[in-house]
Design a protein around this ligand. Structure first.
Ligand SMILES: [Zn+2]
Length: 201
């Protein structure tokens, strides 16, 4: 993890080089952002940096509805270096942990499950399962915004084991149900604006 001052300086210039590398959580609002978020830069004393969206969510922060940090690319700093973590992320993104468990994923990578969890803790400060959950929510949000599929079908396609699980995940993360993320859902627009105002303060 880079040091705080370097991260904060990157945040102040909205440096795209650290997009996906660090995530900015704001203690006063409970929301986390990408460093490129157009909202006003929060005071340094209110800021905590996390190395992944999953880590910020685990700490109880909700994603900003303006910069949508949960859709940020995963650690572009690793591009070009095919590390185990990068391969694991690609497999998780393809649904490896929606069908199988962490042990099976580790086996595909040729390492033990505990080693895999440690690598995730070191690089992303989150477990493989937490990362998988973040990706499921991201997929579901994309389907909610871009398709007219039914909620059960979206839950299935996004990798949730049931619509109830999807509902629970959305409630925990956003405090509202998946249906409010439908394209054209009026509440979303209002909520987004309110949320951004809060972030900008
Ligand atoms: Zn933001």
């Amino acid at each position: 993890m880079r040091d705080f001052d370097a991260n904060y300086a990157a945040l102040q210039r909205r440096d795209p080089a650290v997009d996906g590398v660090v995530f900015v959580a704001v203690k006063t609002t409970g929301i986390y952002c990408r460093p490129v978020c157009p909202a006003r830069t929060p005071y340094a004393r209110n800021v905590v940096f996390y190395p992944s969206a999953a880590a910020a969510e685990r700490a109880g922060y909700r994603p900003c509805l303006r910069c949508r940090p949960e859709t940020a690319p995963f650690c572009p700093a690793w591009n070009g270096t095919r590390t185990t973590v990068e391969r694991a992320l690609a497999l998780i993104e393809a649904g490896a942990l929606d069908r199988d468990d962490v042990a099976a994923l580790a086996e595909r990578l040729g390492i033990g499950p505990r080693h895999l969890s440690r690598l995730f803790a070191d690089h992303l400060d989150a477990s493989p399962l937490q990362v998988a959950q973040t990706l499921r929510i991201q997929r579901a949000k994309r389907l909610l915004g871009n398709t007219g599929l039914s909620i059960p079908l979206i839950a299935h396609r996004a990798g949730f084991s049931s619509p109830r699980r999807m509902n629970a995940a959305f409630s925990r993360l956003y405090g509202r149900p998946p249906s409010t993320f439908r394209k054209g859902a009026k509440r979303l627009q209002r909520f987004a604006t309110t949320n951004c105002t809060v972030v900008a303060l």
